[in-house]
Design a protein around this ligand. Structure first.
Ligand code: GLN
Length: 192
């Protein structure tokens, strides 16, 4: 399994390490040519406005759309989710529209800017997943083809999947639990 991690800004190193611990081939992606032959791509957390701007400058963001059309799996965490969304607030030049969710940047308010919570995530098995939120976006709407994978205790969606595309408003790369990356690798191995 060959997985790229968009490495223009943000915590891409942590994603690469998680993938390598799972024995996947993980490569940093900066230019369109780096996308050759990938089974999947992760867009990390960071600053979505910067990822958007640099990704456009390097020409890699438009090429990510083509990679998805060829059937590669995609995972966006936090800022990465903002980039993959159909619609995102306050993101100059817009998001890529690769998953049918609408997200709102920095929307948890000052009190809740950063928080951690143990979330039950059925597709990852019985043990709750320790989820770290850092100036996270909120998911305001999910389209009809989108499965919600995790919610906060109040019922608000924080992880979702549409076919081979997954997003999470938290940071699975910042905790030692590899189950979410493992689930993503299984998705990348399917042939939809
Ligand atoms: N607040 C950031 C943004 O809007 C996302 C934060 C993160 O990725 N941890 O881009």
């Amino acid at each position: 399994m060959k997985i790229g991690v968009l490495a223009v800004q943000g915590d891409f190193i942590e994603h690469i390490e998680a993938l390598r611990r799972l024995k996947a081939e993980a490569i940093p992606v900066r230019l369109p040519a780096d996308l050759q032959g990938l089974d999947g791509l992760i867009i990390p957390g960071g600053e979505s406005t910067t990822i958007r701007r640099l990704g456009q400058e390097y020409g890699v963001l438009p090429a990510i759309r083509d990679l998805r059309q060829k059937g590669a799996a995609m995972l966006g965490t936090c800022a990465g989710m903002i980039i993959l969304a159909r619609k995102a607030t306050q993101l100059e030049n817009g998001s890529l529209g690769i998953i049918d969710v609408e997200v709102r940047r920095n929307a948890f308010g000052r009190q809740l800017e950063s928080f951690e919570v143990d979330l039950p995530i059925a597709v990852l098995g019985g043990t709750p997943f320790h989820a770290v939120f850092i100036r996270a976006p909120r998911i305001d709407k999910v389209g009809p083809g989108v499965e919600v994978l995790a919610t906060l205790p109040g019922g608000e969606p924080v992880a979702a999947r549409q076919g081979k595309v997954m997003v999470a408003s938290f940071h699975p790369e910042l905790t030692p639990d590899l189950r979410l990356h493992e689930y993503f690798l299984r998705l990348a191995a399917t042939s939809q």
